[in-house]
Design a protein around this ligand. Structure first.
Ligand SMILES: NC(=O)c1ccc[n+]([C@@H]2O[C@H](COP(=O)([O-])OP(=O)(O)OC[C@H]3O[C@@H](n4cnc5c(N)ncnc54)[C@H](OP(=O)(O)O)[C@@H]3O)[C@@H](O)[C@H]2O)c1
Length: 343
């Protein structure tokens, strides 16, 4: 497309521990013209997801690893700028797997059109109204089978998924305890978001606080972090508790084989169940969840917070690390600047 350049970030090496600049290669190539039945998307927003760390590892997982030399996999949002595809027109807004690059050339598979509603910022379609909201909704309601009056604990509570989980639990009539890092995040949870209580895991003893805040035990634990916090909640289960394994960010950069949980036999004692899930498994029901979430948003019963960083694709490696340092509140999004031309 003329002289436009498509800047990209590719995976150059498999990281050991936290991914530093050495694992990335910054490249550029001409923006492609769409082939027959294909389209080109100008990417405007990139979704920063802890799962990206797992996609960088070799080995079997729920998705194949990003190959060395390939453009880093990423969800995002953008606008169709050229199309020879019957179902997409220039000007359409789309979300899906776009990669860490300024332009995506695609056959359209895996891309969904969104109709941006008035007053809804585009980044929200990567947050509450996108994959993040779907993860919270199906994880809590389907896997967690949450019922009114139950006690819910969610870790990573001030993050993208966790902040939605706690609010959904309140809407369902449950009591919600959030676990997050730092006093500002904890005050946001109990203030603006209406959580019943919050535990600052950096300064407080999580087991002790859970004993005080959930004397009758925890019915649903929505786990985003794994590790010591998972063990602490396993030590305070109610009978027939459900533990939803959404993720384990505390371990994503760990080297070597992780320990524990040492007290998993509490699952037997309390006839509890622990179950992992993938949001993609619920793709056929996304419409149902999106409609319900949009309704609650419009009624002011749920808030969506996006932590938007302005930059270019070259900023991706550094912005990604904010997730692992706990520097985001709500959904972390990299908003890309205007298209550069020439060179
Ligand atoms: N199963 C699925 O289909 C699915 C889909 C989407 C996401 N997920 C998972 O859901 C979890 C949350 O994802 P997200 O997108 O919402 O990210 P996020 O929570 O917005 O961001 C990560 C947060 O994790 C916390 N964190 C980082 N290192 C930690 C550690 N060592 N111990 C405890 N907390 C730590 C930080 O908050 P603090 O300041 O509180 O430490 C950070 O802000 C991740 O595990 C992700 O992999 C799963």
């Amino acid at each position: 497309m003329g002289n436009d350049v498509n800047r990209q970030v590719r995976l150059a090496a498999r990281p050991q521990g936290t991914p530093g600049p050495e694992v990335w290669e910054h490249t550029s190539e001409p923006v492609p013209e769409p082939g027959a039945g294909r389209l080109v998307v100008r990417v405007s927003h990139l979704s920063l997801d802890p799962a990206m760390r797992g996609w960088m590892n070799e080995g079997k997982s729920y998705a194949p690893p990003v190959g060395l030399g390939e453009v880093m996999r990423a969800l995002g949002l953008g606008r169709v700028v050229a199309s020879r595809h019957p179902e997409f027109s220039v000007g359409d807004t789309v979300t899906g797997v776009v990669g860490i690059q300024e332009y995506l050339e695609s056959d359209g598979s895996g891309l969904q059109k969104v109709q941006p509603a008035d007053g809804v910022p585009p980044e929200r379609y990567l947050a509450l109204l996108g994959m993040t909201g779907m993860t919270a909704y199906f994880g809590l309601f389907d896997v967690g089978a949450l019922a009114e009056g139950e006690t819910v604990v969610v870790s990573g509570a001030a993050g993208a998924v966790g902040s939605v989980v706690g609010q959904l639990a309140r809407i369902r009539g449950a009591r919600v305890i959030g676990i997050a890092g730092g006093p500002e995040k904890c005050s946001w949870l109990t203030g603006e978001l209406g959580f019943d209580a919050a535990i600052d895991y950096r300064t407080e003893n999580v087991s002790q606080r859970l004993k005080e805040l959930a004397p009758d035990g925890v019915d649903v634990y929505f786990d985003n972090v794994g590790g010591d916090i998972l063990e602490a909640v396993l030590g305070r289960l109610a009978m027939h508790a459900r533990i939803v394994i959404c993720g384990a960010i505390s371990r994503y950069n760990a080297e070597g084989v992780p320990a524990g949980p040492r007290n998993y036999m509490n699952l037997l004692v309390f006839r509890a169940r622990m179950e992992g899930f993938l949001v993609g498994d619920y793709a056929e029901r996304w419409g149902e969840a999106a409609a319900e979430l949009a309704g609650w948003l419009a009624e002011g019963r749920i808030h969506s917070r996006e932590d938007v960083v302005d930059g270019t694709v070259d900023d991706f490696p550094e912005v990604l690390l904010r997730l692992f340092r706990g520097e985001n509140t709500g959904k972390l999004v990299l908003r890309l600047g205007e298209t550069r031309t020439g060179s």
